[in-house]
Design a protein around this ligand. Structure first.
Ligand code: G4P
Length: 190
């Protein structure tokens, strides 16, 4: 998706060798025409997988999942983050460690939200180490549903998340793949 690649190169701000700030267009102030393009692109990529539902993680995945779900005319689910593990039995829950934030959180989804054998598409803004996506996959597996794909806006391919998912046979599509943020430059994969 050249539209997003161009925007990342133009307006992405390097915080350090590992973190790119995209607050000006994707996850703080949001460029809505760009967001609509992202939704269309994910829908085109994943339509043939026949997803019946999208799942994302709060908070920065929500608007992206919304436009994608609208395009595909399917519902979406927001996996919630909780600091403590004090959930009732009618939630799927799993612990996730965020390397970026250096903290654990509990990801949870009501059992009413994922049905047996449902075809689930995972959508999120960033893929770094893949821990959040791994957590969602564990929940989807526990619900006896099927992961039909993972759609990511920005993958940091110099970290292990993408290779970890692909080694599990996950159908991963990232709109932008960052090769490196070193030397104060954003280098994209072709
Ligand atoms: P992982 O899930 O792939 O293992 O990644 P990690 O724990 O490192 O990511 C945790 C959070 O940090 C995620 O947001 C993710 O979107 C965000 N993140 C990761 N790398 C970058 C980056 O280079 N730039 C920016 N801007 N964000 C990054 P989150 O915990 O879901 O928080 P929220 O902002 O969605 O609430």
């Amino acid at each position: 998706m050249n539209f997003l690649k161009e925007r990342v190169l133009k307006d992405g701000v390097i915080v350090d060798d590992n973190v790119l700030q995209v607050s000006g267009f994707l996850n703080h102030m949001v460029d809505t025409p760009l967001l609509c393009e992202i939704g269309k692109e994910f829908a085109n990529i994943f339509r043939e997988c026949k997803p019946t539902k999208i799942i994302t993680v709060e908070a920065s995945g929500i608007h992206i999942a919304t436009v994608c779900a609208l395009e595909l005319q399917i519902p979406f689910v927001i996996a919630k983050k909780q600091g403590v593990l004090n959930l009732m039995g009618d939630f799927y829950h799993t612990e996730v460690f965020s390397f970026t934030k250096q903290a654990c959180y509990c990801l949870c989804v009501s059992k009413k939200c994922i049905k047996d054998k449902e075809r689930i598409l995972i959508i999120d803004d960033f893929l770094a180490y893949g821990n959040a996506i791994d957590g969602l996959i564990r929940i989807i597996n526990e619900a006896n549903a099927v992961v039909v794909g993972v759609g990511i806006c920005i993958e940091k391919s110099f970290l292990q998340g993408a290779s970890k998912l692909m080694s599990q046979g996950i159908n991963l599509h990232s709109l932008v793949r960052i090769k490196s943020l070193e030397g104060d430059a954003i280098a994209l994969e072709k």
